[in-house]
Design a protein around this ligand. Structure first.
Ligand SMILES: Cc1cc2nc3c(=O)[nH]c(=O)nc-3n(C[C@H](O)[C@H](O)[C@H](O)COP(=O)(O)OP(=O)(O)OC[C@H]3O[C@@H](n4cnc5c(N)ncnc54)[C@H](O)[C@@H]3O)c2cc1C
Length: 451
């Protein structure tokens, strides 16, 4: 079956992007997806007139791949941007919500006054930030994000800025994460300028104003993207169980039968790819297995506006590890994007899990909702009862780029290159976001079509 074609294992955005380009070129292909639904972590709940995301809620505008694919699919008119004019994020400190100073680029202040005036950081940290401006260029081997941040700006910046902001994006632990793989620009600045604060001030001067919203999404929900892709590709619901070599092709074991294919795209998580490639390349399998993943759950609660008695907190708030019980972050959904909920409804999306809290997946729906309500009462003083909720669980879903990831990826890449017909795509390698996954999926398709 499809002996000259491609089998794509995994029907998330990575696999769908690869399959879409193959389909457009008329190249025979099949996605093998074990879940009943295509789309992977992209999952939109359309409930009570609301558009609510269980996984990603947007994609970063700076990376062009998502918008390019959306245009190819003719969905451009469905694109909307984040409400950047009202963008404020809060951080919980000593039980109180404190505004993240304006102009902070993940860990680096790019404006002086907002940081000086902010109660988020103490005077010692602020003086340290000022002295950081005098650093000379330095090169370091890969090191952890925590070590890097402490070296430049001290522990308090790690605890109340870097850790919560990074855990919001990666669900990861900065003491394990690699600065070169996670924040490569800052490692480059350190080598080129020495001071990150000086480099950020310079970069800010060069950024054109009015360059559009920071994040974009689809008005009808991101699932419109994956649903539209799904209509254009071939797919079978089954779990791929093994891959073996067959001459210069492969055979993929699916539900007790073998599918032969010239190309296999591993568009599943690295841990799943590791099991599958074991019989073909034990060293590749071992490297893939070294990429850890964290788990998470999102719980969205819907409130009637009239009964909502909690504090408002801009686009939402982050809970640093030091202040955390279980809740890691919360988004005010209808503040971040327009038209996510009808007038009079407030939707709050709560994040649980991340590094060190995989156990959250074992909680029942009732317990997750109770945890979310208790945390919102503690932080926002919200006592009203939600009139609906949605829950999504994401086991072993967010890849962690730990120290040494760059070297590991180089070895994986060269072993893949040495196995013609085998391709990788997904969030485990060169970027965690939706645009990165689309880029990798489309690159895999381009390589297949070139051959
Ligand atoms: C809560 C949350 C919020 C996020 N927020 C954002 C955001 O706002 N912006 C952003 O850009 N990114 C965000 N991300 C990250 C982004 O969503 C993911 O990195 C991306 O969607 C991963 O896509 P993928 O196709 O690589 O993997 P997946 O979506 O996981 O797809 C892989 C698929 O492979 C299937 N599979 C695995 N093994 C097998 C097998 N043996 N046989 C058959 N099928 C198999 C799985 O069932 C799955 O469907 C978020 C992620 C989460 C969990």
């Amino acid at each position: 079956m499809i002996s000259n074609g491609a089998v794509i294992i995994g029907g998330g955005i990575s696999g769908l992007s690869a399959a879409y380009d193959l389909a457009r070129a008329g190249f025979p292909h099949t996605i093998i997806e074990k879940r009943p639904r295509l789309g992977g972590m992209i999952e939109t709940h359309r409930v009570e007139g609301c558009i609510l995301e269980g996984g990603p809620d947007s994609f970063i505008s700076q990376k062009p791949e998502a918008l390019a694919l959306i245009k190819d699919l003719g969905l451009e008119s469905d694109v909307t941007g984040s409400n950047d004019r009202t963008r404020t994020t809060y951080i919980l400190k000593h039980g109180r919500l404190v505004k993240l100073p304006e102009g902070v680029m993940m860990i680096v202040p790019s404006r002086v006054m907002p940081v000086l005036e902010s109660p988020l950081l103490g005077w010692r940290t602020k003086i340290r930030m000022g002295l950081e401006m005098f650093r000379k260029p330095q090169s370091h081997p890969d090191r952890s994000v925590a070590e890097f941040v402490i070296d430049h700006f001290g522990e308090e910046t790690l605890d109340y800025m870097a850790e919560p902001l990074l855990s919001g994006v990666y669900g990861g632990d900065p003491r394990q994460m690699s600065i070169i793989s996670v924040l490569p620009r800052f490692a480059e600045w350190e080598a080129k300028y020495g001071s990150l604060a000086r480099a950020a001030l310079k970069a800010r001067g060069k950024t054109p104003s009015g360059s559009g919203p920071l994040f974009r999404t689809l008005k009808s929900g991101l699932a419109t993207l994956t649903e539209t892709l799904a209509k254009n590709v071939c797919h079978r619901q089954a779990e791929a169980q093994a891959i073996e070599r067959e001459g210069d092709a492969f055979r993929v074991g699916v539900d007790g039968e073998w599918i032969t294919a010239k190309h296999v795209v591993l568009a599943c998580p690295a841990w799943a790819a590791s099991t599958l490639v074991g019989p073909i390349d034990a060293a590749l399998s071992a490297r893939l297995a070294e990429i850890p993943y964290t788990s998470s759950a999102t719980v969205t609660l819907g409130y009637r506006g009239s009964g909502f008695d909690g504090k408002r907190a801009g686009h939402g708030f982050l809970v640093p590890q030091k202040e955390r019980k279980r809740l890691a972050a919360c988004t005010f959904v209808n503040e971040k994007f327009p038209n996510r909920a009808p007038a009079g409804v407030t939707a709050l999306r709560c994040f649980f899990g991340g590094a060190g809290d995989d156990a959250v997946l074992n909680e029942s729906d009732e317990s997750l909702v109770a945890m979310a309500r208790a945390e919102l009462q503690r932080i926002l003083g919200l006592t009203a009862a939600p009139f609906f909720h949605t829950i999504s669980r994401w086991p072993r879903s967010m890849a962690q780029y730990t120290v040494g990831h760059g070297a590991r990826w180089k070895e994986i890449e060269s072993r893949i290159a040495a196995t013609p017909g085998l391709h990788l795509a997904g969030n485990g390698y060169t970027g965690i976001g939706v645009p990165d996954c689309i880029r990798m999926g489309r690159q895999a398709a381009a390589r297949i079509l070139k051959r």
